[in-house]
Design a binder for this molecule. Structure first.
Ligand code: SF4
Length: 477
């Protein structure tokens, strides 16, 4: 399991309706992208920010809706890839009259901070978004035009970004990085004549809005009383959509790059069955929840029964949360403690257990142990994502290499030997990983239009040659 950084939303109502109830509902539908903090910004006020899940503040929704009543707003759910997990670093942020919400990671934030008046950035007390926002605001005041400022900033900034912005004149803006690392879509709700832009279409569905299309990589969109205006701030045609969104992060109901995520995951399972046809298995089970469609696809393709052998306890405090996007190892262990096997389903069977990814190995180890205890005769584990061996500098939090299950400390050993090391470490009888070609074919997006950097170590798409840092250096913890 893994963790993704953030979800963003922006809404503008042309008939002047209060959009705050829609913002709250859309943030709830993006909660799977960040569980640490959330916030809302409206024009001419300081942003409102809270720690924890959006639903934890349900008793305050009425008060928030009245207090922040506005026909335009942006919102954010946060998972930290850079910067500590605290309220100060929660978003949206406000710099002068511009509020900003960011999904992604700016990986050259130290250099960028030199352009905004000296190197004041430290991971302990700041966020990459604040530095980008300060630089953007200074470029807008210098150049006068939003798109010109962004076209300069994109050359200075390395990383991934989907931004929503809000200005004090009520306009909502959205911008997606030229490579399209992170997803972003927009739509319309006819009922109150409003536009909504969000990280995923699950947010649009939550408020009854109709999906219009993806925001194009390198596109800046403005929603205001004049309707929608769009222009390109980059003419880069190379795409590097994050492949990991399709296996783990994104909501199964979402549609991104024209592909429904649930159906893509089911196809990934079907393609995995062609790569690893484990015909002597008795049962196919998913690791709940993101791997469920892939396990179903695998089972249907190979003709072996699918069942729920593991149940995530939704009634414990941490049970419903996603373990990868929890910031601390102790919380991830706590979440995995609340995945229970059903002994009567597992006992005496050769079980193929399918998971979306294997990052640290924390959850796989716990799950294999639990399945053995439940009496499984044999456990074959299949992973829908290829081996993750390198840090992501484009928005996903597996930043330090030594944390990865595949870490071999510079030893010159083959991929097969690495997989064998992981298999033995997690205790499975067999371990099979998907490969990137098979994954891209199943998703239905050309391999060269997707990012697989965390599996290859080729950082050309970001134009960097990183020197890998420890978690303490990156996050100050
Ligand atoms: S490095 Fe991996 S997780 Fe990061 S954007 Fe690329 S595919 Fe996604």
């Amino acid at each position: 399991m893994v963790k993704e950084n953030c979800g963003v939303v922006g809404i503008f109502s042309q008939d002047g309706s209060n959009v705050i109830p829609m913002i709250i509902d859309s943030l709830r539908a993006l909660q799977h992208r960040g569980q640490e903090a959330w916030g809302i910004a409206v024009p001419n006020k300081d942003p409102m920010k809270k720690l924890g899940l959006v639903s934890a503040a349900a008793s305050e929704f009425k008060k928030i809706t009245l207090e922040y009543s506005s026909p335009s707003a942006i919102g954010h759910v946060r998972y930290s890839t850079i910067g500590k997990s605290n309220l100060e670093n929660a978003q949206p942020l406000k710099v002068k009259d511009l509020c900003i919400a960011h999904n992604g990671t700016i990986s050259n934030v130290e250099e960028l901070s030199n352009l905004v008046g000296g190197c004041t950035f430290t991971p302990q007390n700041s966020s990459d978004t604040l530095v980008a926002a300060q630089r953007l605001v200074s470029l807008i005041s210098e150049k006068g035009k939003f798109s010109t400022a962004l076209s300069i900033l994109k050359n200075e900034m390395i990383g991934s970004y989907c931004f929503t912005f809000l200005s004090d004149d009520n306009s909502v803006y959205a911008a997606r990085d030229p490579r399209g690392f992170r997803p972003m879509v927009f739509g319309q709700k006819e009922e109150n004549n409003s536009y909504i832009v969000a990280s995923e279409s699950s947010a649009l569905s939550a408020v009854g809005a109709k999906l219009i299309r993806d925001v194009n990589p390198g596109e800046l969109i403005k929603f205001s009383k004049n309707g929608m205006e769009t222009e390109m701030f980059s003419d880069d045609n190379q795409r590097t959509h994050c492949s990991f969104e399709f296996t783990y992060f994104a909501h199964p109901t979402s549609k991104m790059e024209g592909k429904n995520v649930y159906l893509a995951r089911k196809r990934i399972g079907q393609y995995l069955a062609k790569k690893f046809p484990i015909k002597d298995a008795d049962l196919i089970i998913p690791v709940p929840d993101s791997a469920r469609p892939a396990a179903l696809g695998y089972a249907q393709e190979i003709g072996i029964p699918f069942d729920e052998g593991l149940i995530k306890d939704r009634y414990s405090k941490k049970g419903p949360l996603r373990s990868f996007i929890e910031p601390h190892q102790s919380d991830r262990i706590e979440i995995n403690r609340w995945i229970f096997p059903i002994n009567e389903i597992i006992e005496g069977k050769h079980v193929v257990v399918i998971d979306d990814s294997l990052v640290r190995g924390t959850s796989s180890r716990a799950i294999i142990k639990a399945l053995k205890k439940a009496g499984a005769k044999k456990i074959s584990m299949l992973i829908t994502y290829p081996p993750i061996r390198f840090p992501c500098y484009a928005g996903i939090d597996f930043p330090s290499q030594e944390e990865l299950a595949t870490f071999v400390n510079g030893k010159d050993i083959s991929l097969e030997e690495i997989i064998e090391k992981v298999r033995s470490d997690i205790g499975a009888d067999f371990l099979g990983y998907n490969d990137s070609e098979n994954l891209a074919n199943a998703i239905g997006i050309p391999h060269d239009s997707m990012c697989f950097t965390c599996t290859t170590g080729n950082y050309d798409s970001l134009g960097i040659k990183p020197s890998f840092k420890t978690r303490i250096e990156l996050k100050g913890e």
